[in-house]
Ligand binder design. Structure first.
Ligand SMILES: [Zn+2]
Length: 88
């Protein structure tokens, strides 16, 4: 799990996601399933009780607090959906 502070944090992971182009499945607002090397990982984007945006992924990298490309892929979808929600 990591706390999302800005887009610069995601740059490397986004670059990797663009190369790998994982499948992202929508599982409800803030919940995504992203394809990885060993099947699908679950990514959860939420605001915690302190108001921080947190992103959790079930892969090994994210367990260590790394920003993985699954999270970056899910976030690009999440940000779009969150914007739609605001303007809806
Ligand atoms: Zn991951």
């Amino acid at each position: 799990m990591f706390i999302l502070k800005g887009i610069e944090q995601l740059e490397k992971a986004i670059a990797k996601a663009k190369k790998i182009r994982p499948r992202v499945e929508f599982g409800g607002f803030g919940h995504y399933r992203v394809s990885g090397s060993k099947g699908f990982y679950t990514v959860v984007c939420r605001k915690d009780e302190r108001g921080y945006k947190t992103v959790a992924c079930t892969c090994k990298g994210a367990e260590k607090g790394l920003v993985c490309y699954h999270a970056a892929s899910a976030l690009s979808l999440h940000v779009g959906l969150a914007k739609q929600r605001l303007t809806a």
